[in-house]
Design a protein around this ligand. Structure first.
Ligand SMILES: Nc1ncnc2c1ncn2[C@@H]1O[C@H](COP(=O)(O)OP(=O)(O)OP(=O)(O)O)[C@@H](O)[C@H]1O
Ligand SMILES: [Mg+2]
Length: 381
């Protein structure tokens, strides 16, 4: 029997817990053409959520485009990926799609490619980025709105890991073009996903940037405890497990409701107990130990790469236990022998950029709850 808990890939269908409010709100935003900026720390479930939303609105006749910019590292890649999505929307047989594509994107040369053993044709595009780019990007950024208009439908375009675009040399210029076109599209909702908070803020909250105030900000939180506990119980029960009282709560206390780590811990528990099919609170503790020993190697490696001051700061934070502690207060600096505030500031910047810590509602949280536990185990007497 297959382990019902998934981690490390998007959670869909039965693996997807709750988020009813977010599903409803995002679907209605899309149906009203609202632009949305959806952000959260790493692995809270942005991608899973938006893919669920897209499936729902697609069933209501909305044209949907999803682009993951994580794999797109240059303007050329971006043009190809976007054009492929437009081609997919054109639908129909390859001939019809080609005809349509030629009129929507006249500056791109489509090529039919056959992949692998299957006789499945895909379109790829050739284009010249040395020429004038404005018309090329213009065609691209109008294409979805044009298709939606022709068919009398609404559309949604999702850019996952949007902050990646800020890293390319051409990023700012591409964004300016996007905004110039997107702002006129009432029938299309544009959704931007990102996890690097400082980059997302820079893109959407800086007055001098093209996407300043472009949409509604939608911070995604963790999954509420009650719903997540029900989900855990139901998934165990569906595979014939008995779960003692208090188990789900214990799991969520360890993982602090973090979606990814909750699924990871449940996955490990399910594997360990697949024969006896009974989970008790003691099993949860043993499961946590197993996760820690599995991950210890990675934690050591990460630790080795950090400068001394960063390590000292992490240990101090793990000892304090309170993510809202005033890092620059004289009390904190002295108690943990951290030296001058300026060097702590550098260490903190490093930990934030390495995504070992993240800022959540004014607090400094460990991105990895198991790393925090490991630190406590190793360094806190
Ligand atoms: N609604 C959910 N129900 C259950 N588990 C979830 C849910 N959303 C996310 N998860 C868990 O969290 C993991 C990460 O989800 P996902 O990749 O969607 O997050 P993300 O915020 O897009 O992450 P990243 O910042 O890495 O892009 C999934 O593999 C799954 O284990
Ligand atoms: Mg994601």
């Amino acid at each position: 029997m297959k382990n019902p808990f998934v981690y490390g890939k998007v959670a869909r269908g039965e693996s997807f817990a709750d988020r009813k409010r977010e599903l409803a709100e995002l679907s209605s935003d899309i149906l009203s053409g609202q632009n949305v900026i959806l952000f959260s720390p790493r692995r809270y479930g942005k991608t899973s959520l938006i893919l669920e939303v897209l499936e729902r609105v697609r069933a209501q006749g909305v044209l949907t485009v999803y682009l993951d910019l994580f794999k797109v590292v240059s303007e050329g890649d971006f043009v190809s990926a976007y054009a492929r999505e437009v081609a997919r929307l054109c639908g129909g047989g390859i001939r019809t799609a080609l005809r349509r594509i030629r009129s929507l994107l006249p500056r791109l040369v489509p090529k039919v490619v056959l992949r692998g053993e299957d006789i499945e044709a895909e379109l790829e595009f050739e284009f010249d980025l040395r020429g004038e780019r404005e018309p090329l990007l213009g065609d691209l950024f109008e294409a979805v709105a044009t298709l939606a208009g022709e068919r009398g439908k609404r559309a949604v375009v999702v850019f996952d890991e949007f902050q990646e675009l800020a890293g390319w040399d051409e990023g700012e210029r591409v964004q300016r073009h996007m905004r110039a076109h997107f702002q006129h599209h009432e029938e299309v909702s544009y959704i931007f996903l990102g996890s690097k908070r400082h980059l997302m803020e820079e893109i959407f909250q800086n007055k001098n940037r093209p996407f300043y105030r472009f949409g509604k900000h939608f911070p995604l939180g963790k999954i509420p405890e009650g719903e997540f506990a029900e989900f855990i119980q139901a998934r165990f029960a569906a595979t014939g497990f008995r779960v003692e009282e208090g188990v789900a709560e214990r799991i969520l206390a360890v993982t602090e409701n973090h979606p990814y780590y909750t699924q990871l811990l449940c996955h490990v528990l399910w594997d360990r107990l697949r024969d006896e099919r009974l989970v008790t609170p003691e099993h949860v503790d043993a499961g946590v130990e197993e996760v820690l020993s599995r991950e210890a190697h990675a934690f050591h490696d990460m630790w080795d790469t950090l400068p001394l001051k960063a390590r000292q700061l992490l240990v101090a934070l793990a000892k304090e236990g309170d993510p809202r502690v005033e890092i620059y207060s004289a009390r904190f600096l002295q108690q943990h022998n951290l030296g001058p505030a300026s060097s702590v500031q550098r260490a903190l910047a490093r930990l934030l950029s390495d995504e070992i810590l993240e800022r959540v509602d004014g607090a400094y949280e460990f991105t990895d709850v198991f790393f925090k536990r490991w630190l406590r185990r190793e360094f806190v007497p």
